[in-house]
Design a protein around this ligand. Structure first.
Ligand code: PRP
Ligand code: MN
Ligand code: MG
Length: 199
């Protein structure tokens, strides 16, 4: 098999661009969760009121790992897994949670971390779930956003914020967690696959 970069037609977001943006998002999160609890001094957030950062497996794993190392708060980390696809290849539009949180988020601020938001179905499902579990606020931090594909409005939830790294053009992109048929997640950048790789 040829080296992976030979499968890529065009790089859209380089490793450096991603790293820079991840740092900015982490700073925003740190600031937002610090400023509500003190008067501009050093963060006073206790570990009991610090957010629970929840990665949506599998796609968010790299972004989550890089993001949390740059958040300067005593956060907790957990994962959920959501599946939109049954045995078929077409999204049901009704995602199901196939692996739930380990941490009890009752009364906690939750930050959902996604690699990409497309239709919004995955997030909508998770909002409902987290609300039913009694989370006190739900924010979203997604590296990529494809508003052109949106079917449900996921920006108007509770008291949470919507952090977005980049708007993604309407291509099928892979890398940095994003897959095609479970492959290419380990590319350190994000790009467009060559058409011949789909067959
Ligand atoms: C992808 C992506 C998001 C979701 C976004 O996950 O990682 O979780 O789709 O799509 P939506 O806004 O239309 O719901 P996928 O279901 O491919 O699973 P994966 O993370 O394991 O690749
Ligand atoms: Mn996903
Ligand atoms: Mg996928």
């Amino acid at each position: 098999m040829a080296a992976m970069e030979n499968h890529i037609q065009k790089i859209l977001f380089t490793e450096e661009q991603i790293s820079q943006r991840v740092s900015e998002l982490a700073s925003q999160i740190t600031l937002n969760f610090s400023s509500s609890t003190n008067n501009g001094g050093a963060p006073l957030l206790s570990s009991s009121s610090a957010p629970v950062v929840v990665g949506v497996a599998t796609g968010a794993f790299l972004f989550l790992a890089d993001l949390v190392r740059k958040i300067n708060l005593p956060i907790s980390v957990d994962f959920v897994r959501v599946e939109s696809y049954g045995s078929g290849t077409v999204s049901s539009g009704k995602p199901k949670i196939s692996c739930d949180l380990k941490i009890d988020v009752t009364g906690k601020h939750v930050i959902l971390v996604e690699d990409i938001v497309d239709t919004g179905n995955t997030l909508a499902c998770l909002f409902e779930h987290l609300i039913s579990k009694g989370a006190s606020s739900i924010s979203v931090c997604t590296l990529f956003d494809k508003p052109s594909k949106r079917k449900v409005n996921v920006e108007l939830v509770g008291e949470g914020k919507f952090y977005r790294g980049f708007e993604c053009p309407d291509y099928f992109v892979v890398g940095y967690g994003l897959d095609f048929a479970e492959v290419y997640r380990n590319l350190p950048y994000v790009g467009i696959l060559k058409p011949e790789m789909y067959s």
